[in-house]
Design a protein around this ligand. Structure first.
Ligand SMILES: Cc1cc2nc3c(=O)[nH]c(=O)nc-3n(C[C@H](O)[C@H](O)[C@H](O)COP(=O)(O)O)c2cc1C
Length: 222
C-alpha cells in the first residue's frame, strides 16, 4: 500500500449513520477482526473482547436496547466526559450541527435532535453490532489499547467496503449490556461499533467532519 492509498483509506472512512439491512459475510467480519487484532497494546496484552451480533440477534438486541432506553437509566462503565470546553466544545457543536443540518433538524428543534439521537439505539439500522470490552484491572490503558483496536476495525472494514460507527451512546447502558450479553463485571464495556453497508443516499450520511490543522495540535520541539 502506498502512503497516498493509506491516506485515502483514512480520509474516506467516516461514521455511518444509516445502513442498508443486508448482512456482511462472516468471512469478511472475520477478516476485519483479524486485521484489527494487529493493533498495538501495552505488553501485547490485547485486552479487547468483542461480542458480535448478526441477523435476528441484532434485531432482538436493537429492540431490547430501545426498550431499556425507554424504561431504564443510563449507567456507563466508563464515566462520560464531565465537560467539553473551548475548542472541544466548538468541535462537538460543529459536528452535531452538521448532522442536524444534513437530516433537516433546525437549530432549537429539541424534539428533532432527540429523535436523531435515538437513532443510536436503533443502531442506525445496522445489521451487525460489536460490543467492545476491556478488563477492569487494565484501567485506562486497556481502554487506550482498545481505542487502537476500534480504529483498526473501522479501517479494515472500510477496506472491504463495510461502513462503521463507534458508539459511546450504546455503552451508556453498560449495566444492561452486561446482563444482556452475559459480559462479566470484571470487564469494562467501552463502546459499540455498529457496522454494515452504507445507505449512501441517506441524508444522515451526507456530511463529513473537519479536522484541526497541525498548527492547532502539534508543538514542535527542535
Ligand atoms: C469512542 C467513540 C464514540 C463515539 N460515539 C458516538 C455515538 O454514540 N453516536 C454517534 O453518532 N457518533 C459517535 N461517534 C462518532 C463520532 O461522532 C465521529 O467519529 C466524529 O464526529 C468524527 O467523524 P467521522 O468518524 O465521520 O470522521 C463516536 C466515535 C468514537 C471514536
Amino acid at each position: 500500500m502506498t502512503p497516498s492509498e493509506l491516506d485515502r483509506l483514512l480520509s474516506e472512512r467516516h461514521s455511518c449513520r444509516a445502513f442498508r439491512p443486508d448482512p456482511v459475510p462472516k468471512a469478511h467480519i472475520e477478516q476485519i477482526l483479524t486485521s484489527a487484532s494487529r493493533a498495538p497494546s501495552w505488553c501485547n496484552a490485547q485486552p479487547w473482547d468483542i461480542v458480535i451480533t448478526s441477523g435476528e440477534e441484532t434485531d432482538a438486541f436493537r429492540t431490547a436496547l430501545q426498550n431499556e432506553v425507554a424504561t431504564g437509566a443510563p449507567k456507563p462503565d466508563l464515566p462520560f466526559p464531565t465537560a467539553y470546553n473551548g475548542v472541544y466544545q466548538a468541535r462537538r457543536r460543529d459536528c452535531g450541527w452538521a448532522l442536524y443540518e444534513a437530516v433537516g433538524v433546525e437549530r432549537g428543534d429539541r424534539a428533532g435532535s432527540a429523535r436523531q439521537m435515538m437513532e443510536n439505539f436503533a443502531l442506525f439500522g445496522a445489521p451487525h453490532c460489536a460490543i467492545i470490552s476491556s478488563p477492569a484491572d487494565l484501567g485506562p490503558y486497556g481502554a487506550m489499547d482498545c481505542g487502537g483496536f476500534v480504529m483498526a476495525f473501522t479501517l479494515a472494514a472500510k477496506a472491504l467496503g463495510v461502513a462503521t460507527i463507534p458508539q459511546a451512546a450504546v455503552a451508556s447502558y453498560g449495566a444492561f449490556l452486561h446482563r444482556y450479553f452475559d459480559i462479566p463485571d470484571d470487564r469494562l464495556i467501552l463502546c459499540a461499533i455498529s457496522f454494515g453497508y452504507s445507505d449512501a443516499e441517506h441524508p444522515a450520511n451526507g456530511f463529513r467532519t473537519e479536522r484541526a490543522g497541525l498548527d492547532e495540535i502539534v508543538s514542535w520541539v527542535g
